[in-house]
Write a protein that binds this ligand. Structure first.
Ligand code: ADP
Ligand code: MG
Length: 703
């Protein structure tokens, strides 16, 4: 056996936890920090200096030489600019490492090369990063040594958010305030905050490094752009929860260790549906920390893979024809005195509160289904959502049989007969039936499923940040809570009003509930009849951000200004165009320089064979047929390649924006598909020895 790992000891080893602060800070300073952490506000510069020194001392003891304000610009990944702790030497030439409160609290990265969607003209390059005191600082070990990472938000000098975290924090504040109004109405006088909690389940693929390096598409696009199906796919269903292979197991062990040290509660791991696909889930935590930790998880997955001569693919669809990867975003709301608003509870009072919360969420999701859909869209996710795979692009809510039945009864009669106890539930009179939390009846095809005491938003893409989905969820639910509280706070007869409101919301928004098979064509048709939006692609989802409805919502709660929303739209169109352009150029490169030359060599071999066999006095039927077939596909590929070159160049020359993004989606992507078809067909007939790329079989079954 290898050396045993003391998980308790290493957990959080590389994190400047509140516990470490408590140990290292004077009591008064620690109290000030805790106050800001729990209740917001600002730390005084004097206190910040003390914290900075303690943080630096701790980091230096652990080998750190640099610090960075770690932030999440709109590129969707994290950014960091490293500064060393090195300070001016004194007159004796001796240097003492320094880190001030000012440096801790605020940074000024040259922000000009991060996307801002016109919010910050390049001549006004400065943006600033501000410490998110609620997310602990941590140490990152990499080739460049050990770096102290300080989680921050990133804004322009005029205060506009340039990142994914700022709006998330604003949305958490909004939903907390509005949810507090709701719990107050039900007599909770002690809660001071309502916290959004998130547990993201992260899917990923692992492939062998050597094979990865032979594929430019994996290197540049993170997914295969060509590839004939392997003889075996996922049809045997033998990979899901299957025995974890030795090499993958040792990767997971290393990954867990790294994550535990970083204070990430890596909890479950298993093989996923597709060959070479796996999943890791941490224990849920406060939304902004969960978002940071998910970024840390994605980074660690890639870093650890390198150490194992593997490569981690986070793309939503690395391989055509087998399942892609997503990120189930489990979300709930809880008070700081321990009440989960999504827990049906046991007393009538709790039950009514739960039903009201549920009604508000149904209303929120139905009203803003388009925004929720948008929040989960990214370029890679277009290959999953609505493309014959989990989950559909149409937002609906799964409640499970029992809860759906309760809703139905409330809608029809305003009374719900509990199925288990057989009693009657009229709000305020009796209790809800115990809801099954059993996993067996879980609907895996629903994009937004109630799973006992949380909602599981299953649309999110595996490579995407979970900041946007959670910002949107918090925002839309804050709005529904606010509207309900506005009515209920004024009500003379609270019981009656709450009863009527639950019934009203559930009646109005029941069309969003769907417990059936979300993948079926019937559902697409049915959803259309119900008037639910079916937004098929990322590009089509972009404009949902600036509808009057969306602007009103986000401005009301101070989450986004109209200008911020417009800038995000612009960035999304640009991101889409740039990504497809890279994919198109990669295909052109691979087809021109690798695949077509290999096929041409192969036709030469065939032609030589035909001649030789004929000379030997036998008619080479098979060889000649193969030559003809290969030649025809080669010609088709060559023509498609020319079309792709022309169309991609045309798209690239267009001004950036909506029209360009649509051109990439409607024309360039089509041209890419037209090139892929003959090339995948060629892969099926050309000698494997001459095919220049590792096949799907090589990539997925030989890890
Ligand atoms: P599954 O069976 O779908 O894998 P799990 O019960 O393992 O579901 O939970 C998946 C994720 O949901 C985990 O990250 C878990 O910590 C998280 N989770 C559990 N309860 C809650 C909750 N109340 N709020 C938010 N996330 C939660
Ligand atoms: Mg799950």
């Amino acid at each position: 056996m290898s050396e045993t790992l003391n998980v308790e000891k290493i957990f959080g080893e590389n994190v400047f936890t509140p516990g470490k602060m408590k140990e290292r800070l004077p009591r008064s300073v620690y109290k000030a920090v805790k106050q800001v952490m729990d209740h917001g506000g600002e730390l005084s510069l004097a206190d910040a200096d003390v914290v900075a020194k303690a943080m630096k001392d701790w980091a230096v003891e652990k080998g750190a030489t640099h610090y960075t304000h770690w932030f999440q610009p709109l590129t969707g990944i994290t950014a960091e600019k490293h500064d060393s702790f090195v300070a001016h030497p004194d007159e004796d030439g001796k240097m003492i490492m320094e880190f001030s409160g000012k440096e801790l609290i605020k940074g000024e990265p040259d922000a000009s090369s991060f996307p801002s969607g016109g919010l910050r003209a390049t001549f006004e390059a400065r943006g600033y990063t501000a410490w998110d005191i609620t997310s602990p600082a941590f140490l990152k070990e990499s080739g460049s040594g050990v770096t102290l990472c300080i989680p921050t938000a990133f804004c322009s000098y005029t205060g506009e958010a340039l990142d994914k975290k700022t709006p998330l924090l604003r949305s958490m504040e909004a939903v907390s305030q509005q949810a507090l109004r709701i719990v107050r109405l039900f007599g909770n006088k002690t809660a001071t905050r309502v916290v959004a909690s998130v547990g993201p389940e992260q899917e990923y693929f692992l492939v062998d490094k050597e094979k990865y390096l032979q594929r430019k598409d994996l290197i540049f696009a993170g997914r295969t752009l060509f590839g004939a199906p392997a003889p075996k796919g996922q049809e045997m269903e033998d990979h899901y929860f299957g025995v974890i292979r030795e090499r993958v197991g040792s990767y997971m062990k290393d990954l867990n260790e790294e994550l535990w040290k970083l204070g990430v509660t890596a909890k479950t791991q298993h093989n996923e549906v597709a060959p070479a696909q796996h999943e890791l889930a941490p224990i849920y935590e406060t939304a902004n920390i969960a978002v940071d930790h998910n970024q840390i998880v994605m980074e660690a997955m890639k870093r650890v893979a390198v150490r194992h001569d593997l490569r981690c693919l986070l793309h939503e669809k690395p391989f055509a024809g087998v399942n892609g990867s997503g990120k189930h975003n489990n979300w709930s709301l809880g008070t700081d005195n321990g009440v989960n608003l999504l827990d049906p509870g046991e007393t009538p009072n709790e039950n009514i509160q739960f039903l009201l919360v549920l009604a508000c969420i149904l209303k929120a999701v139905d009203t803003h289904a388009d925004l929720l859909r948008q929040s989960a869209s990214d370029v890679g996710n277009d290959h999953r959502l609505g493309a014959n795979e989990a989950p559909p692009a149409i937002i609906s809510v799964f409640l499970g049989e029992q809860l759906e039945d309760v809703v139905k009864q409330l809608v029809e009669t305003g009374i719900a007969a509990t199925c288990k106890e057989g009693g009657i539930l009229e709000t305020g009179v009796s209790t809800l039936p115990d809801l099954e939390k059993d996993a067996t009846d879980r609907n895996r095809t629903s994009p937004f499923a109630f799973t006992g005491n949380k909602f599981e938003f299953r649309m999110v893409g595996s490579a995407d940040s979970i900041a946007s989905p959670n910002t949107t969820l918090n925002a839309i639910v804050a709005e529904a809570f606010c509207e309900a509280a506005d009515i209920l706070e004024k009500a003379d007869d609270f019981e009656r009003t709450v009863h009527d409101l639950i019934k009203e919301y559930m009646t109005k928004h029941q069309r969003i509930i769907f417990n059936g098979n979300g993948y079926s064509d019937e559902w697409v048709e049915e959803a259309g009849k119900r008037g639910l939006p079916n937004i098929k692609s990322m590009v089509e989802a972009v404009e949902t951000l600036t509808t009057d409805k969306a602007v009103k919502l986000f401005e009301k709660f101070g989450i986004f200004t109209r200008a911020e929303l417009e800038s995000r739209e612009e960035i999304l169109y640009e991101t889409y165009a740039k990504t497809i352009n890279i994919e198109a150029l990669t295909m052109i490169d691979m087809a021109s320089k690798q695949i077509l030359p290999a096929v041409i060599r192969y036709t030469k071999t065939l032609a030589d064979t035909v001649i030789a066999v004929r000379e030997a006095g036998v008619e080479p039927h098979v060889q000649a047929e193969l030559l003809k077939e290969t030649g025809a596909l080669l010609e088709e590929a060559r023509k498609a390649l020319e079309v792709l070159k022309v169309e991609d160049a045309r798209a690239a020359a267009m001004p950036e924006g909506k029209e360009q993004a649509y051109y990439y989606k409607d024309v360039v992507k089509e041209a890419m598909a037209a090139l892929r078809t003959p090339i995948d067909a060629l892969e099926m007939i050309v000698d494997k020895d001459v095919w220049p790329l590792p096949s799907y079989g090589d990539l997925m079954f030989e890890v």
